[in-house]
Design a protein around this ligand. Structure first.
Ligand code: MSP
Length: 521
């Protein structure tokens, strides 16, 4: 881990929609990274929030019979509640309707205007009202918006423009000089492809007469700020002037997570805006793929939206988080289905991890009065498992550093399966019959330590269940301690369990999920 400072962000979500699996995925991914960096002692800040201005929000509010402010308050609360249920450990939650944000947006706009980075011009084009976006004639498809498919209308109006075109060459150079700026590589290529065409200026205003739910331009109150110009600045406005222990400040962000749908705004508009404002660029913009549901795009109209609170209530927040992180390769698309979620929980968590912990606990309970045994000597198999565990730590760190979360999990699960195989080979339940407890002390101490280490490596993914497991292994005093509290970096090394330390055996950590097909005929 070279970076000792870690500032991670999620997109701020539109409050016209209920929180769904897509929002949950990005936010859990950010949470896993934040928890991992905190566990390494990095000074970490994790920001999420809601995007509350614009036409979409006004319409959603009206549909629900609310004013925009009331609607935003209700929906922001719903996002916060979802993040509570999903055990998200964000340090800050920003709403674009907060004064702290609006003040920064207005100040930056005023500075850019004074410096000639913003000018007024007449815009003529085809306008998609719901998307608040202009299109050219060659973009539109049969008179409809190429994005949302709804009709566009011809519109000519005076507006304000940001001189984005000025920054095209500079941006290309920045991307060339910083290969890690846009990740993964395929998305970087996509942006480079986009930048082959001349970059236009960006319309950053909307007439207040047409849309009043926005931040007024400080130099012309007849206009409000275009929602993207407003929204992108949240990443900076949230931390401006905020204390960062031992650091000059939080800006720039280290890792900005998005999905591929908002790549251009983040990899083109955002860096040029920052450059014009004289602010540093984030280190990395990381675009992950898209979740589909049983092979289909998710949408309200198809009625197949996956609700994270319902999933957490049914299968547990930890199991849901585990599935999201294990079953998507960051950068690629993935498909969600409840049978796949259940299969993953049953095989990896109930069978492999839960059973392993239970086996070890039960034998320590039966033969060592709930105390970690003290081995007198270790054999080659014990040493072998310890060695594999040490290698796992390195592999997990390397994978996490490159945000290959699914691989970090898979390496850890491989260790868990190795512990199970080791137990099969050593068969302490048989050995104890011939040699008594002394004959199995090394086996149980080694297996318990290996499982403790595996659980510790999974803390960022499953803070709730891993806390429970570490409580049972006598490492912490409260089972829920890791959901909101810190974890100890020393747990990520081999040798954390001390002989004689008490354990607290319990029932299955991950009860098997029974489905209709499990029940015999
Ligand atoms: N408000 C803007 C972002 C402004 S950031 C300055 C926005 N909001 S959104 O509510 O539509 O959220 C988009 C983001 O939600 C995606 O970039 C991604 O992080 C997440 N996802 C939404 N649906 C998704 C999937 N089906 N799959 C994966 N992630 C998706 O755009």
């Amino acid at each position: 881990m070279s970076e000792r400072r870690f500032y991670v962000t999620t997109p701020i979500y539109y409050v016209n929609d209920e929180p769904h699996i897509g929002h949950a995925y990005t936010t859990v991914l950010a949470d896993v990274l934040a928890r991992f960096h905190r566990l390494h002692g990095d000074t970490t800040h994790f920001l999420t929030g809601t995007d509350e201005h614009g036409q979409k929000i006004v319409e959603a509010a009206a549909e629900n019979g609310h004013g925009p402010r009331e609607h935003c308050d209700l929906m922001a609360a719903r996002f916060r509640e979802t993040w509570r249920v999903l055990q998200i450990s964000h340090d800050d939650f920003i709403r674009t309707t907060e004064l702290r944000h609006e003040t920064v947006v207005q100040r930056i706009l005023a500075q850019l205007y004074e410096r000639g980075e913003i000018y007024q011009d007449t815009y003529e084009g085809l306008y998609c009202v719901p998307d608040e976006r202009f299109w050219t004639a060659k973009d539109v498809v049969d008179g409809n918006c190429p994005d949302c498919g709804r009709p566009v209308v011809p519109l000519s109006e005076k507006n304000y423009f940001f001189r984005m075109s000025r920054y095209q060459e500079w941006l290309l150079q920045h991307i060339a000089d910083n290969p890690g700026f846009i990740q993964p590589h395929s998305r970087r290529n996509e942006v480079l492809g986009f930048l082959k065409k001349p970059l236009g200026d960006l319309c950053i205003s909307r007439p207040a007469a047409r849309l009043s739910w926005g931040i007024p331009l400080p130099f012309d109150p007849e206009y409000v700020t275009y929602v993207w110009f407003d929204a992108l600045l949240n990443y900076y406005s949230a931390v401006e002037g905020m204390e960062a222990p031992g650091l000059d400040g939080w800006w720039p962000a280290t890792c900005q997570l998005i999905a591929k749908d908002i790549l251009t705004t983040h990899a083109v508009y955002w860096p040029t805006m920052l450059r014009a404002a004289g602010l540093e660029l984030p280190t990395t913009i990381l675009a992950h793929g898209w979740w589909t549901h049983a092979g289909r795009k998710m949408s309200k109209s198809l009625g197949n939206v996956v609700h994270p609170i319902r999933m957490s209530e049914t299968y547990g927040a930890d199991g849901f988080r585990f599935f999201l992180m294990r079953d998507m390769v960051v950068g690629l698309d993935s498909d969600f289905s409840e049978p796949a979620l259940i299969a993953r929980i049953n095989s990896d968590l109930a069978n492999d991890l839960g059973n392993c912990l239970n086996r070890v606990e039960r034998m320590i309970h039966a033969h060592f009065a709930d105390r970690i045994p003290a081995p007198s000597s270790l054999d080659a198999a014990d040493e072998g498992l310890a060695q594999q565990a040490r290698l796992t730590i390195d592999k997990v760190f390397a994978a996490m550093d490159e945000v290959r979360i699914h691989q970090a999990i898979e390496e850890t699960m491989e260790l868990v399966r190795a512990v199970n195989r080791y137990l099969e080979v050593k068969a302490p339940w048989k050995a104890v019959k011939d040699g008594g407890p002394e004959a199995i002390a090394a086996t149980l101490a080694t297996a318990a330590e290996a499982i403790r280490l595996a659980v510790s490596l999974l803390i960022p993914v499953m803070p709730g269940k891993c806390g429970e497991a570490l409580y049972r292994l006598g490492m912490i005093d409260a089972p829920e301690a890791l959901v909101a509290g810190p974890a100890d970096p020393a747990w990520l090394r081999w040798g954390g369990l001390r002989p004689g330390a008490p354990i607290r055996p319990g029932g299955p950590l991950f009860p098997r999920i029974e489905t209709a097909t499990d029940t015999p005929g």
